[in-house]
Design a protein around this ligand. Structure first.
Ligand SMILES: CC(C)(COP(=O)(O)OP(=O)(O)OC[C@H]1O[C@@H](n2cnc3c(N)ncnc32)[C@H](O)[C@@H]1OP(=O)(O)O)[C@@H](O)C(=O)NCCC(=O)NCCS
Length: 433
């Protein structure tokens, strides 16, 4: 809960000479915030911050990022420690319930999520309405929104039990829905989940097994998949999470809110970047072409950007990118894959990190830079990369949505604007225009 104010900001309106005291609210770690909630009422002015570069939209106890130092904490724990020592569902428990589970809590949580992995049989008819070549993110936006039509009993956001059931359902069904989108696109039958498998194992089984053959689970790949899910589980108030919170602030049901988050995640500036990185690496094609592409990325008249580079918050190496890079080497070695794209990516990173343009702007590789290469080696088509991000991020979205609904200070999200359109003018009838 919000720490009491122990300071204030004094702001002077130089037009009138009037001064206003704005309270400061204290963060447990990281920057404090200036409370501007009464600013408009007191001053008749709005604050202006497109892109929310200086604006806190909510109070949260889930995730903390120190972008300058490259630190990411979930409920106080470092992402590197979680990725090395936990399962994805332990991290999901941490995000949803505030702490890592003990053995009994872990067993119960794993059971509760696993119990919800199947989807209503009629939902599979939805898939048949899509073209076979539909992008799986397009399918996911549709079917996740449609969940609210199938699970009415968990759409009452004011009922704590319904909120919890909806949270379990979303986390549990997302891998099933994602794998179904893939199976549909390649014309193979849908696989039912197997509840004796772990979360990541189950996903791999639903993605890659076929009824005609026995599927051999590679435990190292299952571990790498689980780690990838952990790295993408939550990331503070990013675009898609803010979208989920904003949609939820109107009282919309959680399935609809998560569908909104998926739509926001899809863009190449956000979750679509992992797909865009691979497209970019394929386009660059060879180490000899790197210089040309670096020059394009630096040219302001060219829309090309180095995908997987730069971040709104990180002005240092993204700690998730470090873990992902290690994972990338490990997976490629185990699979015996010699992907020239990895070598190309490493060379590109090296050249960019020595270039003053990237150094001065503090542009470092982000989590998406290496994830595409790992996923490609594991057999995922490029179009599924952002879908995997959505599967993992659902946990963060759900935890953030729950936190926002349970926040007594929460209000409907309703930003203001700087209006620069025409002032009032007389109406002109059609025959006079
Ligand atoms: C992530 C991203 C959207 C953050 O954007 P942002 O916080 O609004 O930062 P800005 O767009 O203001 O960038 C700051 C400066 O760095 C430049 N820049 C940022 N990312 C760049 C990139 N990937 N390639 C080339 N230049 C880049 C901008 O052109 C700008 O330069 P300027 O100050 O000379 O105008 C942006 O870095 C980006 O588009 N990265 C590529 C996509 C990506 O990997 N997204 C995944 C994020 S996890």
């Amino acid at each position: 809960m919000t720490k009491s104010n122990t300071g204030s900001f004094t702001l002077t309106d130089n037009q009138t000479g009037k001064s206003y005291d704005l309270p400061v609210l204290h963060a447990s770690v990281g920057p404090n915030v200036v409370d501007v909630r009464k600013f408009y009422a007191q001053t008749d002015h709005f604050t202006y911050d497109p892109g929310f570069t200086s604006t806190g939209s909510c109070e949260s106890g889930l995730t903390y990022i120190d972008g300058d130092k490259g630190i990411l904490l979930h409920r106080g724990y470092r992402i590197e420690d979680l990725a090395a020592n936990c399962s994805f569902l332990e991290v999901a428990h941490l995000l949803l319930n505030g702490d890592l589970p003990n053995k009994e809590q872990k067993a119960k949580f794993d059971h509760d999520v696993t119990y919800h992995t199947m989807v209503h049989e009629q939902l599979s008819n939805f898939y048949r309405g899509f073209r076979r070549d539909a992008h799986p993110m397009a399918i996911l936006c549709g079917v996740v929104g449609a969940l609210s039509a199938f699970y009415h009993d968990s759409t009452d956001i004011n009922d704590e039990h319904a909120r919890m059931v909806a949270s379990f359902r979303l986390i549990a069904k997302m891998p099933t829905l994602a794998a179904m989108a893939y199976k549909y696109s390649i014309g193979q039958p849908f696989n039912y989940p197997k509840n004796n498998l772990g979360y990541a194992e189950n996903f791999l089984h639903m993605m890659f097994s076929v009824p005609a053959e026995e599927y051999e689970m590679n435990p190292v790949l299952a571990k790498a998949m689980d780690r990838l899910f952990i790295l993408h589980a939550d990331h503070e108030q990013n675009a898609s999470t803010s979208t989920v919170r904003l949609a939820g602030s109107s009282g919309a049901n959680p399935f609809a809110c998560i569908a909104a988050g998926i739509a926001s995640l899809w863009g190449p500036a956000h979750g679509g970047a992992n797909e865009a990185v691979l497209t970019m690496l394929n386009e660059i094609g060879h180490k000899d072409n790197i210089k040309e592409y670096i020059a394009k990325a630096k040219d302001k008249d060219d829309p090309f950007r180095l995908m997987g580079f730069g971040h709104r918050v990180y002005k240092n190496y993204d700690p998730r990118a470090k873990v992902m890079q290690e994972s990338c080497h490990e997976v490629l070695e185990i699979l015996g894959v010699d992907d020239p794209l990895l070598e190309l990516a490493m060379e590109l990173e090296k050249i960019a990190l020595e270039d003053p343009y990237f150094v001065d702007r503090k542009l470092f590789p982000n989590v998406d830079f290496y994830s595409g290469i790992v996923l490609k080696a594991m057999g995922f088509p490029t179009s599924m990369f952002t879908v995997l991000f959505a599967v993992a991020r659902t946990t963060g979205w759900v935890a953030q949505w729950k936190e926002s609904i349970e926040d007594p200070q929460a209000k409907i999200g309703r930003p203001r604007q700087l209006y620069t359109g025409p002032t009032e003018r007389p109406f002109v009838p059609l025959d006079k225009r």
